[in-house]
Design a protein. Sequence first.
Length: 159
Amino acid sequence: MAPHQIIEKLKVTEHKNPDLEFMYEPNDLQRLLDNLSREISQLEQENTSLKSTVEKLIPEGTSGQAAGKAINLSKGITTEKQLKLLLHENRQLKSRLLIYKLTTKEKQVLKLIASGLTNKEIAKKLGRSSHTITTHRKKLLSKLKFKNTAAMVTFAARN
């Protein structure tokens, strides 16, 4: 949607809802829209980069269904729905890339953490010391860029 169309929609919304008043200066609004446009362009570039990286990780012959469906960026993003889809796809690609970067043992430990086991229980199950499992947990938090185990468990459940 072009900036002038957004401004027109704001004016129409203001007119239809007399109790609602937008406080904006045209120049401020234009700057906001320009910043939004730059951020969308950056997301498009990031998405394209992540998509190409993930495509390299997906074996040839994998169906589009299994590989995930990509949003066509050649025509640009013109609706809020397309932007939401792009952001969703971007998050999915980032998650896949993060998982790909984990070692086999880290993936195994992540699954066991997500299933609710303690460090001692995981250590016993894998034949490792609880100190080793604590180290794996710390590395997982760092690699996945999470601040706590709850966020990591949520991520594991979604992926």
